[in-house]
Design a binder for this molecule. Structure first.
Ligand code: TRP
Length: 385
């Protein structure tokens, strides 16, 4: 009899686990700081993947947002830049194929619940833990903040954890530089759930699977595409601009004559081909080669000129960027409709965040006025019972 009860208990226990696992929704959340138009580094690093995930139909909910509050943490001298770029980034999203019918697009500052959650999370993180965040460290160096680091900037990993957890995100598709932010978010979730009971969901990072997409270099070969370095190809660039930028791209500085053997590693044109080209492109634009490996082998041997490779890359990129550019132009014709789409997205997002926050307050027992037992308890205490 006891054995039977035991088996039954194990079954019931496992069953509730299986059930909760099955009920766990698959939710994507990701976003960008609106500090400039989006470029192809954003595209191969994350945007292209988001659209694929969106269209896969495998996710219950998808939230994509513009982190305007986070953008202000290092742009407080230039809030107008952030304001102007909110619409640019929204257009870039739509142009890439993010579909507001399938994904909720919203703006961070319009969701006050995120501030509240950040406020609670701040107690779960130490100053020294924040100081150890490698992304924040390099960003502080890059921006020459030295000793005048804004508190909001220093603590943005905490606010980012709130962005993610307020929507119970399970999956966060981002670039490699966001790894420390995800780790911080996971730590906060574990700490919160340990102290207050199982409430929040631990998110997983989803990195690009292609090494070239992990961190696409600038057209000048520098490690990162950045507006201030002037080495970006934007999603909104015209066909001519793309052509020009590809032609002036950094290759192998020792590949002087066509006959010279060339190096493919660290050669930006080849890195871009790794990120953009597919076997079918060869049939269309460069039928002498079966695939990228053959092209690379020829370049290494010598006898293949940079110009030929660049022309191929330009053709491949135009094929991918052309439709994006055209769609962007269409959306640009009705800007009020884009703001309306954002407004609706903010409404949906806010409702989702509000639901999580009400659970958070419950877990934290910050529900003084709904808690009759608490009031009763205090009444008895003051009566000296
Ligand atoms: N830090 C991200 C960036 O610089 C933007 C961002 C803010 C974000 N909150 C997020 C990304 C939450 C993913 C999840 O691009």
């Amino acid at each position: 009899m006891l054995v039977l009860v035991g088996i039954l208990l194990i079954f019931v226990h496992d069953y509730s686990k299986i059930k909760s696992y099955m009920e766990k929704k698959k939710i994507i959340l990701t976003g960008d700081r609106p500090t400039g138009k989006l470029h192809i580094g954003h595209y191969v690093g994350s945007l292209r993947r988001r659209v694929e995930l969106q269209n896969s139909g495998e996710f219950d909910k998808i939230f994509i947002f513009e982190a305007d509050g986070q953008a202000l943490t290092d742009n407080i001298e230039n809030p107008e830049k952030v304001r102007q770029n909110v619409i640019e980034v929204a257009l870039d999203y739509l142009a890439c194929g993010i579909n507001p019918e399938l994904s909720t697009i919203f703006i961070q500052s319009q969701i006050p619940e995120l501030c509240e959650l950040t406020f609670y999370f701040m107690d779960l993180v130490t100053v020294s833990r924040l100081q150890r965040n490698p992304t924040v460290k390099t960003e502080i160096q890059m921006r020459n903040f030295e000793t005048s680091i804004p508190v909001g900037f220093f603590t943005y990993p905490i606010s980012q954890a709130a962005d993610i957890t307020a929507f119970k995100a399970t999956t966060v598709p981002v670039g490699e530089d966001q790894e420390p932010m995800l780790e911080q978010a996971r730590e906060i979730v574990r700490r919160f759930n340990y102290i207050y009971g199982e409430t929040l969901v631990e998110p997983e990072i989803l990195l690009p699977d292609n090494a070239a997409c992990l961190r696409l270099p600038g057209t000048d070969g520098k490690a990162k595409m950045s507006k201030s370095l002037g080495n970006c190809i934007y999603l909104s660039d015209s066909a001519d601009e793309v052509e020009k930028k590809v032609r002036s791209m950094y290759t192998d500085p020792n590949h002087l004559r066509v006959t010279d053997p060339g190096q493919v590693e660290g050669n930006t044109v080849f890195t871009y081909l790794d990120a953009f080209s597919r076997p079918e492109h060869f049939g269309r634009y460069l039928p002498d080669y079966a695939d990228l490996d053959e092209l690379k082998a020829h370049y290494r041997r010598g006898g293949l000129g940079d110009m030929k490779v660049k022309k191929f890359l330009a053709a491949v990129m135009q094929e991918e960027l052309g439709p994006i550019r055209e769609r962007r132009k269409e959306f640009e014709k009705d800007i009020p409709a884009v703001y309306e789409m954002l407004r609706k997205g903010c409404e949906v997002a806010r409702a989702a965040a509000a639901e999580t926050l009400s659970e958070v307050r419950k877990s934290m027992k910050l529900t003084y006025f709904d808690d009759e037992a608490l009031i009763e308890e205090q009444v008895r205490r003051f009566r000296g019972e």
